[in-house]
Design a protein around this ligand. Structure first.
Ligand code: HPA
Ligand code: ZN
Length: 335
């Protein structure tokens, strides 16, 4: 089964590039950029990775981002992650980035987007991993700040496919960002949002009705509301589920209690993702392996999850077809 997962062609649709920051690179960049991290060593930093909830994680995650200064830093962060994709048979990835956690420290939008975009381009050429970018607004900040960020992004519109909404969910409902999402959609960005990770099912309703999202990031709490499940199904909106993230942030107590199987059984389109792999104890393949074990998923389930990941990507139809055909061939040979 582990071999089957490791070699399964797949896509990752919920991944924060700042969440791929390995401690070694973080410390190297801190030294290079002369920034003091509040940890003496890699070991001390890793000890802090024991989270009570989303906010506790975010506090540590934003400290890590503070050492990213130059274009090359964003390039290195991104390229390191894309190499990991290639080794896990991740054919395609949709990368979220949080411009506000960098522009708020004086880093130019251009520096961020150029570093990330160049790494994506190089990785596609040299290791064959395709990618696109999702610019995420930090929901603990105001809508005005998000509008400022949207404006900063417009000269780089060709590099960004979608907009997202992340950070502290509780008390920061999607309705707070209606105007900026409407404007972003007019500009051609595809809307997605984190909803129902720690927040209630009402936030998922708001993301669908008010932000018009095409995908829900997490969405675990949809299970509490049968009408919502029907709506998500009827509108063919996928959920990007992140098992090890949910475990690390205590959204679930045990993987055995994870709602993924119930969501699948309710007929929802679900994908498996790593969210912030450097912090949550595993890359994408580990997420597949651990949730397979915990919920006793079959090869057919795993094939369907990988199929969903390509089908619900924002790739063009030709490229989707190419990856889906490759997956089909793989499954027929290895089932
Ligand atoms: N939830 C919300 N915001 C985030 C996350 C998450 O899991 N990871 C990085 N930013
Ligand atoms: Zn996330």
């Amino acid at each position: 089964m582990i071999n089957f997962i490791n070699n399964l062609p797949k896509a990752e649709l919920h991944l924060h590039i700042e969440g791929t920051f390995e401690p070694e690179l973080m410390f190297n960049l801190a030294t290079k950029n002369n920034i003091k991290l509040p940890y003496q060593s890699i070991e001390e930093l890793k000890k802090a990775y024991n989270f009570d909830n989303l906010q506790h994680f975010l506090d540590i995650y934003y400290k890590g981002t503070s050492v990213l200064i130059e274009e090359q830093d964003f390039y290195d962060l991104t390229y390191n992650y894309l190499k990991k994709c290639a080794s896990q048979q991740i054919r395609h990835v949709e990368i979220m980035f949080d411009p506000q956690s960098h522009t708020s420290r004086g880093v130019n939008f251009e520096t961020i987007i150029n570093g990330i975009s160049k790494a994506c381009l190089d990785a596609e050429r040299s290791i064959g991993v395709t990618s696109l970018l999702i610019m995420s607004f930090l929901r603990h900040l105001s809508e005005e700040e998000a509008i400022k960020t949207l404006k900063q992004s417009l000269p780089f519109k060709k590099n960004i496919k979608a907009v997202g909404l992340d950070s502290s969910e509780k008390n920061n409902p999607p309705s707070k960002f209606q105007h900026v999402f409407l404007e972003a959609t007019k500009q051609g960005y595809i809307p997605v949002a984190h909803a129902g990770e720690e927040g209630p099912s009402e936030y998922i309703w708001e993301a669908i009705e008010l932000l018009k999202v095409k995908r829900i990031d997490h969405g675990n709490n949809a299970l509490n509301d049968l009408d919502l499940i029907d709506t998500i199904k009827n509108r063919n909106i996928p959920l990007t589920i992140c098992p090890l993230s949910n475990l690390a942030l205590k959204v679930v107590d045990k993987l055995e209690e994870h709602p993924l199987k119930k969501l699948l059984d309710s007929g929802l389109e679900v994908t498996i993702n790593s969210d912030d792999p450097a912090y949550f104890g595993g890359q994408l393949n580990k997420n597949y392996i651990e949730i397979q074990k915990a919920l006793n998923l079959t090869k057919f389930d795993l094939y369907n999850l990988a199929k969903n990941s390509f089908q619900h990507s924002f790739l063009n139809d030709d490229k989707k077809e190419q990856y889906l055909t490759e997956l089909e061939v793989y499954y027929n040979k290895n089932k």
